[in-house]
Design a protein around this ligand. Structure first.
Ligand code: KG4
Ligand code: ZN
Length: 349
C-alpha cells in the first residue's frame, strides 16, 4: 500500500488521542527527541546540546550545527525510545520542527522524521518552533486554556502572540531587529562572558545594582507591540567601550543588572498592555529567555497586579527541546493537521 493511502485511515484513529508520538527538534543547536502519550504526557525528552562545540566561536556556526545533528540524531532518538520504555514499532505518529530555524539543521530532523514516517507508514506533522515554545506551557500547566497572551522570547524571536485556541495563533508584534536573547548574548560577549551569554549575564546581574545606569529606548516606549533591542544593545556596548578607552573602571555587574532590568521592563510592559487591550485574563511566557528569573518574577507580579493568571514552563522546557514540539504536534494531529512526505523546512516564518 502506498504511503498516502496507509495514512488516511491512521489519521482518523488519532482524533481520539491515546497514541504514542515521537517528536524531533533540530532547528538550532540542540538535537532532541521525545516520546509523548498525550498532549501533556512526556514519557522521555532527550536533549543533546551543541553549546560546548559552538562556544569557541562565540555563537552558533550553522554548518557545524548541521553536521553535529547528523551525527547525533540516531542516538538521541534511540535513547528517547528506550527511556520511554517503547520501541520504534510502538510509535503511531511523528512531529518534527519544520520552521523557522537554521535551514541545514532543520533539514536533518525533517529528513530523519520523513524516513521513519515512510518506513513505518505513520502520519507526520511539521511544527512551527515558536508554537512549540508556547506549547511547553501545556506540559507544565495542563490546566491553561486559550485564549491567552504569550510572550515568546528566545535567541531568534521576541514575539507577542494571542493564542486563540490550541492551534490558532495571532501575532501582535515581534522584534524589528535583535531578539531579546540575541541582545543578552551580544552584550554578554562584550563583557567577556562565554556563549550563550543570557544565563551568564543573569548570574552577573544578580550581584549588581540595577539603578546604577539608565538605558532608554523610545521605540520600546511606543504603543506598538513590536520590539527593538538593537539600540539598547549598542548603548550598553558603547558605554563599556568608552569607559575602557578612557581608562575608567566600570562595574559590569551594575551594567548587567541595569541592562537586564530594561529588557525585562520592556517585555513585561508590552505583554501586559497586549493582554489588557484584548481583554485576556491569562499571560504566559516561553522560549529560552523565559528561564530568566527576573522576567519570570516581574511578569508574574504584573499579571497578578492586573488580576490575570500567569504561566511559565518548567525551566527544563524553556530552552529548545523536543517535548515542546511534541506538545504542539500532538494537538495538531488530534485536529487532523498533518503533512505529506513533501514536508519541507523553511528558515523563516
Ligand atoms: O529558545 P532557545 O533555547 O533557542 C532559540 O530558539 O533561540 O533560546 C536561547 C536564547 C539564548 O539567546 C540565551 O542566551 C537565552 O535564550 N537565554 C537567556 C536565559 N537563558 C537562556 N536569556 C536571559 N536570561 C536567561 N536566564
Ligand atoms: Zn527555540
Amino acid at each position: 500500500m502506498r504511503y498516502n493511502e496507509a495514512i488516511r485511515g491512521k489519521m482518523n484513529s488519532l482524533k481520539s488521542g491515546g497514541f504514542l508520538l515521537l517528536a524531533i527538534e533540530t532547528s538550532c543547536d540542540e538535537t532532541s527527541a521525545a516520546v509523548l502519550n498525550s498532549p501533556t504526557g512526556v514519557l522521555s525528552n532527550v536533549i543533546h546540546t551543541q553549546i560546548p562545540i559552538h562556544r569557541e566561536f562565540g555563537g552558533v556556526v550553522p554548518e557545524i550545527a548541521s553536521r553535529s545533528h547528523v551525527e547525533r540524531i540516531g542516538g538521541v532518538v534511540r535513547e528517547a525510545l528506550s527511556s520511554a520504555g517503547v520501541t520504534i514499532e510502538d510509535i503511531n505518529a511523528i512531529a518534527v520542527t519544520s520552521h523557522p530555524g537554521l535551514i541545514g539543521a532543520l533539514l536533518v530532523g525533517i529528513s530523519y522524521a520523513k524516513g521513519l514516517a515512510l518506513g513505518l507508514k505513520i502520519p507526520i506533522t511539521g511544527v512551527n518552533h515558536i508554537h512549540g515554545h508556547i506549547a511547553a506551557n501545556y506540559i507544565s500547566h495542563p490546566d491553561i486554556k486559550p485564549p491567552y497572551v504569550c510572550l515568546v522570547a528566545s535567541g531568534g524571536h521576541s514575539n507577542i502572540v494571542i493564542v486563540r485556541d490550541y492551534c490558532e495563533y495571532e501575532e501582535l508584534g515581534r522584534t524589528v531587529d535583535d531578539a531579546a536573547g540575541e541582545a543578552f548574548d551580544k552584550v554578554a560577549r562584550v563583557m567577556g562572558l562565554p556563549y550563550p551569554g543570557g544565563p551568564q549575564l543573569e548570574r552577573l546581574a544578580s550581584t549588581g545594582e540595577s539603578g546604577k545606569y539608565r538605558f532608554h529606548s523610545a521605540f520600546n516606549e511606543s504603543p506598538s507591540y513590536d520590539f527593538s533591542f538593537s539600540g539598547l544593545k549598542t548603548a550598553v556596548i558603547n558605554l563599556i567601550h568608552s569607559k575602557k578607552q578612557r581608562g575608567e573602571t566600570i562595574n559590569l555587574a551594575d551594567v548587567a543588572a541595569s541592562f537586564q532590568e530594561t529588557v525585562v521592563n520592556v517585555l513585561v510592559n508590552k505583554t501586559v498592555a497586549a493582554a489588557n487591550r484584548h481583554g485576556l485574563k491569562s499571560i504566559a511566557i516561553a522560549g529560552g529567555v523565559s528561564g530568566n528569573m527576573a522576567l519570570r518574577e516581574q511578569m508574574k507580579k504584573a499579571a497578578h497586579a492586573g488580576g490575570m493568571e500567569f504561566y511559565c514552563p518548567d525551566m527544563r522546557y524553556c530552552s529548545d527541546n523536543a517535548a515542546m514540539i511534541g506538545a504542539a504536534g500532538y494537538r495538531q494531529l488530534i485536529k487532523n493537521v498533518s503533512d505529506g512526505l513533501d514536508l519541507n523546512g523553511t528558515a523563516t516564518k
